[in-house]
Design a protein around this ligand. Structure first.
Ligand SMILES: Nc1ncnc2c1ncn2[C@@H]1O[C@H](COP(=O)(O)OP(=O)(O)OP(=O)(O)O)[C@@H](O)[C@H]1O
Ligand SMILES: [Mg+2]
Length: 287
């Protein structure tokens, strides 16, 4: 059996005395989508910053294709084929699509000692690569800022794939997008997976993770609640675990006692309790 493309062993991260990540052991396979789920502050961004070389782990080991690595910078990670698409930093809005696609790595033409940018080639490659991801850019001269949020993400994803990324990390790519645009990004995630990349998809939305994910790693306050393949867990169990079932129950109780004097709050508490009950029920008896 070949080694997973990426492996974490007992990784912890402390910021001073804040435990952001505690003893995480997991792996990422090529040609699979690994979803990392968790509520605010669960440690999702810390998790990817370590993989992306932006932060170093305090404890534990990191392996790329079976070989132990220690990343000092994002460049180190990129050299090992780990590309990260951050939600905001993905593109330069005022620059054209093709410029954004290459960002400093444009092909050049040479005549004697003189080199200049091969614009036609750059434009053609950008268009072709985007087409492979199922996106049709009519004019690669148009500024990226004029594309929709989902299309912008796709430029960054296509770029990473073209420049030889083996692992593609996406930090909450759908969190600021509407339903339709989220659908667009989810489709690119599948495309990247089908092209053999190991995709790490960070989200707090189990409804986005479920349709595209092969494996699910659930983080809660820095700890792993386990990782599961798709046939080991149901969608509702995923939702329950993410929300922290026990914490939801506690919240329901608190809401109920606080609502004794407040009619409106009482109604919210009641709806909340009903929803929780339904969720628990479905988790125990999936269809
Ligand atoms: N640079 C830092 N210095 C100190 N504490 C930090 C730092 N970065 C993160 N933390 C803390 O580590 C914990 C995990 O944060 P992290 O950003 O990884 O969570 P997250 O799952 O990405 O949350 P969100 O969904 O809100 O983005 C939080 O308690 C956070 O306050
Ligand atoms: Mg985060």
């Amino acid at each position: 059996m070949t080694a997973p493309i990426l492996e974490m062993k007992n990784i912890s991260k402390f910021y001073g005395n804040i435990l952001a990540l505690i003893d995480i052991t997991t792996y990422v396979n090529a040609g699979e989508v690994t979803c990392v789920l968790g509520d605010n502050g669960a440690g999702k961004s810390t998790f990817i910053k370590i993989l992306a070389g932006a932060h170093q782990q305090s404890e534990g080991q990191l392996f790329v294709e079976g070989e132990e690595v220690m990343f000092d910078s994002p460049r180190d990670a990129l050299e090992r084929g780990i590309a990260t698409v951050y939600q905001d930093l993905a593109v330069v809005p005022l620059m054209s699509v093709w410029r954004n696609f290459f960002l400093g790595s444009e092909p050049t033409k040479k005549f004697g000692p003189i080199r200049w940018l091969d614009k036609e080639k750059a434009s053609r490659i950008a268009k072709e690569e985007m087409a492979k991801m199922g996106i049709d850019i009519r004019d690669t001269e148009q500024p990226v800022g004029t594309l929709s949020g989902g299309e912008r993400q796709s430029v960054a994803i296509a770029r990473a794939a073209y420049f030889g990324a083996k692992v593609l990390i996406l930090d909450e790519p759908t969190s600021a997008l509407g339903v339709r645009q989220s659908g667009v990004v989810l489709r690119y995630i599948i495309e990247a997976k089908n092209r053999g990349l190991g995709v790490i998809f960070i989200t707090h939305n189990p409804n986005h993770a479920w349709p595209v994910g092969d494996r699910f790693l659930i983080l809660n306050r820095g700890r792993s609640m386990g990782d599961f393949t798709k046939d080991e867990i149901t969608r509702d169990e995923l939702i329950m675990m993410m929300a922290g079932g026990a914490e939801l129950e506690q919240l329901t109780k608190e809401l109920e006692s606080a609502s004794a004097k407040d009619e409106k709050l009482a109604q919210v508490a009641e709806e909340f309790a009903e929803e929780l009950e339904e969720l628990e029920d479905r988790a125990e008896h999936p269809d």
